[in-house]
Design a protein around this ligand. Structure first.
Ligand SMILES: [Zn+2]
Length: 605
């Protein structure tokens, strides 16, 4: 617990950066409006706080800014980071399909004691270490088809400038003071801990390692001043923290009483120096959270907080793991209020992943390596499995058997095989050319309405970040497509010739249109697979890239369109086989070419 002994208020000494706005945030006088808004002042070209009660932020539905955490570079990316980033990417891609101007921010958090220690352990320097690990994140994001727009590193000079300016604003607002701190510190959390939250032997409940006793002369942020404002924010906007069950957790933290926290370290050299006090560096969390803003600044521009804020702040969505909820739902909004900036619209804390029902850990030797998974199964499979299998927000489990079963059943059979066998029949009976427009083919057919209803369902689920349910709705389109194929049995209608064969040719158009719609509706989750489907349907890359959510409407395929040669769009993963190797049973998994199923087989989910 912080003990204020020394109260030399730094801001009385340092007002080098007077605030551009007149508002002084007073938590006590604030009733309704902890969220501050900006309007453009054309004469000054800067943004001014207007503290409005209604939202007049220059943010229309056309903009969507979302962030992943900035990942800590103490070690290469793990599956947890990959999971958050895959989910963020699916959301970003969906929002882009809706026609919104999306800024998808990710990056790396590179300061702090733990980084310096990790670098030293590798016989490296902090900058070299950070370059190396940061690059490994970028490589993995490329392998996972992550379409981020901004990658911010907290060692970027523009970030440092933004942090210093932000710090000075908070200081000028009277929310930073100096005091001695005597407490228990978890180096892995980079956080002082309250004794009552610790386990036996003062162990950190997250890291299960003893906290160390530290005494430091630090700068503190007056979080306690924002108790009421935070309570009001959550009361007025309960959607601020999602899923809703995490809101209770946040409310109870706040209710138990917010204590000021130290935002500088005297003992940590690897960090951004506190403005006007070179003996201290800024606390790594205070530093890293600002990456969400500094990421918005252009590389060319002279970093300027207000100008940067005008480039997209506030974020529409912060996606985080549940373990860092307190930083995002308590500390961060209070920091923003102090600096007179708008709050993000939503903080979504997802759950943790386990493997075969067990927590992953180095000591257990059961860590899931995202690189290994991608190399073994491919990007679409990895993305699809985690988004489909884990109800977004809850904890989820990985097992290889489940992975293979799900991916084969859904992507190879229900979707891939439906396309492949339909194209096969079209090639055999119609020279791979569509006989009519899909609209004409489906006239008076209620099947089309079923597909459209499922698309609407998927849309709603994507909007609500229910990514698993969105996948389920899209897969259901595949299921009804397979059912339609099997009920209509076009292969036997073709044999009958005449009007039966004409009807069969229309049925093929209907099914291909269904698969086309699946490709767009599943694009946020499986972008590469969706492109392969589109290519099979005879579209160019440019046509695919120009597709929007409107293309999930029935009527895309036109009569006369020529389909590509049928070939499987998703290689089925062969089930594990036990192979004897030097007397030791070795588990082997490999990808194989999907064998087109017989038409009479119903592909089930
Ligand atoms: Zn810890």
């Amino acid at each position: 617990m912080a003990v204020r002994i020394n109260s030399s208020i730094q801001n009385t000494l340092c007002l080098l950066n007077p605030p551009l706005f007149s508002l002084r945030y007073r938590a006590s006088s604030l009733k309704l409006k902890p969220q501050l808004h900006f309007r453009q002042n054309p004469s000054r070209g800067a943004l001014f706080c207007t503290c409005a009660t209604t939202d007049i932020t220059p943010q229309s539905t056309e903009h969507f800014v979302l962030t992943t955490p900035l990942y800590y570079v103490n070690a290469p990316p793990h599956m947890g980071s990959a999971y958050t980033t895959i989910a963020a990417d699916a959301i970003a891609r969906f929002q882009r399909l809706l026609g919104k101007s999306v800024i998808f921010i990710t990056g790396t958090d590179e300061h702090g004691e733990k980084i310096a220690t990790a670098a030293m352990a590798q016989g490296s320097t902090p900058p070299d270490h950070c370059n190396l690990i940061s690059r490994s994140y970028k490589t993995l994001w490329k392998d996972l088809d992550i379409s981020y727009d901004k990658f911010i590193r907290t060692t970027d000079s523009k970030h440092e400038a933004i942090v210093k300016e932000f710090y000075s604003r908070v200081l000028a607002n009277g929310d930073i003071y100096r005091a001695d701190y005597d407490g228990l510190y978890c180096v892995n959390c980079e956080e002082y801990k309250d004794e009552k939250e610790l386990l036996d032997n003062n162990c950190c409940p997250v890291h299960l390692k003893p906290c160390v006793s530290r005494k430091e002369d630090n700068y503190f942020f007056a979080l306690s001043k924002y108790q009421k404002a935070l309570e009001d924010t959550l009361y007025r906007n309960p959607n601020f923290v999602q899923p809703s069950f995490r809101l209770n957790e946040v409310q109870s933290w706040i209710k138990s009483g917010l204590r000021d926290f130290s935002i500088s370290r005297a003992s940590v050299e690897w960090g951004i120096p506190v403005p006007d006090d070179k003996t201290q560096t800024i606390y790594v969390w205070f530093d890293a959270l600002l990456g969400y803003i500094s990421a918005l600044s252009d590389d060319q521009e002279q970093p300027d907080l207000l100008k940067t804020v005008s480039s997209g702040w506030p974020a529409s969505l912060h996606l985080i793991g549940k373990d860092i909820l307190r930083f995002h739902a308590v500390y961060w909004p209070a920091m923003l209020m102090s600096a007179g900036l708008s709050l993000p619209k939503m903080v979504f804390g997802h759950g943790f992943l386990t493997k075969d029902g067990m927590k992953m850990g180095k000591s257990l030797g059961n860590i899931l390596e995202p690189n290994d998974l991608v190399n073994k199964f491919g990007t679409d499979a990895v993305r699809y499995f985690f988004l489909r299998e884990v109800e977004f927000g809850n904890d989820g489990d990985y097992s290889e058997e489940r992975f293979i079963n799900i991916v084969n059943a859904h992507l190879a059979n229900t979707i891939g095989n439906l396309l492949n066998r339909t194209l096969g029949l079209l090639k055999k009976n119609c020279q791979s050319i569509l006989v009519v427009d899909s609209t004409t083919a489906a006239e008076g057919n209620e099947f089309k309405d079923n597909v459209e209803k499922l698309v609407d369902k998927a849309h709603i689920h994507y909007e609500n970040l229910s990514l698993s349910s969105a996948c389920e709705a899209v897969l259901e389109i595949g299921n009804v497509g397979n059912l339609y194929m099997d009920q209509r049995a076009p292969w036997s209608l073709f044999k009958q010739g005449g009007t039966a064969a004409e009807a069969a040719a229309k049925d093929l158009v209907i099914i291909l249109e269904t698969v086309r719609i699946i490709a767009i509706a599943l694009f946020p989750v499986t972008p590469s697979l969706s492109w392969r489907i589109y290519a099979q349907l005879g579209y160019s890359r440019d046509q695919f890239d120009a597709a929007t959510w409107r293309d999930t409407k029935w009527g895309g395929l036109k009569g006369g369109q020529v389909m590509a040669q049928p070939k499987p769009v998703f290689a089925r993963i062969e089930n594990q086989t036990e192979v004897e190797d030097k007397g030791v049973a070795v588990r082997k998994t490999k990808k194989s070419k999907a064998k087109p199923k017989q038409p009479q087989e119903v592909a089930g989910a």
